[in-house]
Design a protein around this ligand. Structure first.
Ligand code: ZN
Length: 162
């Protein structure tokens, strides 16, 4: 095992879909750190990372079931344009927070705009996608007391929060 629970792991990755389209990458903003065992990243990816040796690269493929689940075509709502607040940018791909029954906020995104009808998709944007990761295991260190208390890694490149 390259690392164990409560260690901070730093990786570089590029994420592609099954067709080879780049979905996400650390190569713009710098490496990503996470606290092992806290489900900060997809569990399926973390299992594969733990099998790697430090400073090596690997391809990891996750089926939708091991990633963000299958795509549910029923989990969409078609609403009228005027039901949305005026200040919202009406464009496919824009992410919104819809108000749920208990005043909780449910993330969704605009998946289609047709005339006055706007389709809101409540699936995770990566639902139904097979994920292809190119990962490099860069660093493993013990978590600080503060990180353990917060339950997440503190990325050296990002400023601290409350
Ligand atoms: Zn924190």
């Amino acid at each position: 095992m390259a690392f164990k629970e409560n260690q901070v792991v730093t990786i570089d990755f590029s994420l592609y879909d099954a067709e080879g389209n780049l979905l996400d990458s650390t190569h713009e903003d710098g490496p990503m750190s996470f606290l092992a065992g806290q489900e900060e990243i997809l569990p399926g990816l973390e299992v594969e990372l733990a099998k790697m040796a430090l400073h090596t690269k690997k391809k990891v493929v996750l089926k939708p079931e091991a990633a963000y689940g299958p795509y549910d075509p029923e989990d969409v709502h078609v609403i009228q344009r005027q039901e949305l607040p005026q200040d919202i940018e009406l464009e496919v791909g824009v992410e919104l927070l819809a108000e749920g029954d208990d005043d909780d906020e449910i993330p969704c995104y605009i998946s289609k705009i047709e005339g006055d009808q706007v389709t809101l998709d409540f699936n995770h944007p990566l639902a139904g996608k097979e994920l292809h990761f190119d990962v490099e295991l860069l660093e493993v260190r013990d978590a600080t007391a503060e990180e353990l208390e917060h339950g997440h890694a503190h990325d050296p490149s990002s400023h601290h929060h409350e």
